[in-house]
Ligand binder design. Structure first.
Ligand code: URA
Ligand code: CA
Length: 434
């Protein structure tokens, strides 16, 4: 086989065979196919697309390019959740304890984040003593006992995707639905999940800003999962404004605790119930989505979900008393209010630029080398559609620096008011199942 022929075949709009796709990905991983040919190939895919079968083959070729996590020692159906990323997305912290309370095993492998706030591990490390440096056997044991554990990413997972993603980044080929879908799904599949629930975000703060594209991406990923034997479902949810109120690590831990107590923000709670229902249903712990939702509501009301959180934090060295007393979480030295300059209905809370303001406070990393401040961040006081009076607080700013002028300016630029009544944005735009 010659790579140049395969580039031409894709360029001219033909379908590649499984062997041809394996040749491309294996060659790239082994350095026998050079960057420039893969660049041309990605551009051909960008314009010609890929069939469902090609997407599934590409995904599995990337999965097979490196290690695959074996979760077979964990009892039950392991369901993973993936979000395509947003601002202040506290769902993982809520969903873990929530579905684990119903016996769904959550074996979470997670990373440290780049961007507006940290990743799930950073957030959890806001709990004093909590750590993810545990051995694989210990991880398995904890999931079997408590149904929930989190471990840091290890092993050489999907090296082909790592190489390909960096190359796409500099060849204007990131934004191709078959390439994005196979990239995301390869990582989930290599991480060992039996079933996958996807939260595809749409709107200003999302990777996919356009609703139609978000739906296509969701469908592509659901198709891949189901073709390769992993039951997959997707929800398309709003990221025009940040999810919940809190954006920041310790602040989001507190928000997750509130949500598990049944006192969380309406949008975060609703999204967690929706995603959680899918997880519980796919794990075969409920007879229908409605049954799953009722059960999730019960474990919130009964306090079982909060108890699962405490057991989980304790089992990985964390101080579980933060659940009853969140003031034990890292606290910022300075607290400022961003006052509304006039009366009005909130019409826009531009998620990505609010996220940037949180990053400037130190809540997230701009580069891998940046340090992160777990105490700082933002808490929105109003969401789209709510009325604010002049002088009332729009946002509370938690900072470890006295000077927050730039952050305030960024926030004023991100928040728009209107004299007219504004509707609350739709939270869930659609659901994709097979
Ligand atoms: N996220 C990924 O992991 N891969 C992509 O291609 C795009 C977003
Ligand atoms: Ca939040």
């Amino acid at each position: 086989m010659r790579m140049v022929d395969l580039i031409q075949k894709k360029r001219d709009g033909h379908e590649l065979t499984t062997d041809e796709i394996n040749f491309i990905i294996t060659g790239y991983t082994n350095d026998t196919v050079p960057d420039y040919q893969i660049s041309a190939f990605c551009m051909a895919v960008f314009f010609q697309g890929m069939s469902e079968r090609e997407c599934a083959d590409l995904t599995m070729a990337m999965v097979e390019s490196g290690d695959q996590i074996d979760l077979s020692a964990i009892n039950g159906i392991k369901v993973d959740k993936h979000s395509t990323g947003g601002v202040g997305d506290t769902t993982t912290l809520v969903l873990g304890p929530l579905v684990a309370s119903l016996g769904v095993p959550v074996a979470k492998m997670s990373g440290r984040g780049l961007g507006h706030t940290g990743g799930t591990i950073d957030k959890l490390e806001a709990v004093p003593g909590f750590h993810v440096e545990i051995e694989n056997d210990q991880f398995t044991k904890l999931v079997n006992e408590n149904k929930l554990a989190v471990i840091g990413q290890s092993g050489n997972l999907t090296p082909a995707d790592k190489k390909l993603y960096s190359l796409r980044d500099v060849t204007a080929t990131v934004n191709s639905i078959p390439l994005i879908a196979s990239s995301i799904m390869s990582k989930k599949i290599a991480a060992g999940a039996d079933a996958i629930v996807l939260d595809v975000k749409t709107g200003a703060g999302a990777f996919m800003k356009d609703l139609e594209d978000s739906k296509k991406l969701a469908k592509a990923m659901v198709d891949i999962g189901n073709q390769v034997g992993r039951k997959t479902m997707a929800v398309i949810s709003d990221m025009s404004q940040p999810l919940g109120y809190a954006i920041g690590n310790a602040l989001e831990v507190k928000e997750a605790i509130d949500t598990l107590k049944g006192e969380g923000p309406e949008d975060l709670t609703e999204l967690c119930l929706t995603l959680g229902s899918y997880m519980v249903y796919l794990a075969e712990k409920a007879s229908s989505l409605e049954d799953a939702r009722n059960k999730l509501q019960e474990v919130i009301v009964s306090g079982a979900a909060l108890e699962t959180l405490k057991v989980f934090l304790r089992s990985q060295g964390g101080d579980d008393s933060v659940v009853d007393d969140p003031s034990k979480l890292p606290q910022a030295s300075y607290v400022y209010e961003l006052e509304a300059k006039e009366d009005g209905y909130i019409s826009e809370l531009v998620a990505d630029s609010i996220g940037t303001a949180a990053m400037w406070l130190g809540a997230g990393r701009a580069t891998k080398e940046s340090s992160i401040d777990l105490a700082v961040g933002l808490v929105l006081r109003k969401k789209i559609g709510e009325f604010v009076k002049k002088g009332e607080s729009l946002v509370t700013i938690y900072s470890n620096s006295e000077n927050v002028d730039q952050v305030k300016e960024k926030l004023y630029d991100s928040i728009r008011l209107s004299n007219e009544n504004v509707e609350k944005p739709t939270l869930i735009y659609g659901e994709v199942t097979k």
